[in-house]
Design a protein around this ligand. Structure first.
Ligand SMILES: CC(C)(COP(=O)(O)OP(=O)(O)OC[C@H]1O[C@@H](n2cnc3c(N)ncnc32)[C@H](O)[C@@H]1OP(=O)(O)O)[C@@H](O)C(=O)NCCC(=O)NCCS
Length: 145
């Protein structure tokens, strides 16, 4: 992801996230040096993105999404697997994330990659329509000796 990608990513984000990140939020992650990845078609159109930030010895998966027309092709799996490899290479303890309690596609994705639920944040997603709990999930990273 480069700064010039941000308007296209933010437009995709508005399509897929009920509480979308703003362009400023993506720009801030780039500025901070967070892990910001995109996948593109041959044409250059962005199909998927992931943002994660290292806090102490834990990577926090902050955002991952795939354009609706490109779902079910393994793109999210590719991005999250890359993050797990990156976490291993940076000697992190774990990858952490929060997922909306009703988001079964995402919860299935994470469970299939070894994430386990470790807690619940009540009413974490406060919204104009209805607040919803977040499930906290963790993927431990085996440290190489
Ligand atoms: C969740 C999301 C990122 C999955 O992206 P994707 O590229 O379609 O997922 P993949 O093709 O890599 O699928 C990997 C696994 O995720 C799970 N999964 C994906 N879509 C699913 C669905 N509709 N129903 C149930 N499980 C699903 C499956 O376990 C799947 O493995 P399988 O194909 O072997 O069954 C995508 O639906 C999305 O962008 N959703 C909106 C944004 C979002 O919710 N992001 C997560 C925030 S925590």
């Amino acid at each position: 992801m480069v700064y010039g990608d941000v308007p296209e990513i933010a437009a995709l984000e508005r399509m897929v996230n009920p509480h979308p990140w703003t362009e400023t939020m993506f720009l801030e992650e780039l500025r901070l040096g967070s892990l910001c990845r995109v996948l593109t078609k041959d044409s250059g159109t962005i199909t998927a993105y992931l943002v994660a930030r290292l806090l102490w010895d834990e990577w926090h998966l902050l955002a991952v999404a795939v354009a609706p027309a490109n779902r079910g092709l393994g793109l999210a799996r590719t991005l999250v697997q890359e993050l797990i490899v990156h976490a291993t290479q940076t000697a992190a303890r774990a990858v952490m994330l929060e997922v909306r309690a009703s988001n079964l596609p995402a919860a299935n994705l994470y469970a299939s990659l070894g994430f386990v639920p470790t807690g619940v944040r009540k009413n974490y997603y406060a919204g104009s329509y209805k607040a919803e709990d977040a499930i906290v999930m963790e993927r431990r990273i085996a440290r190489e000796r």
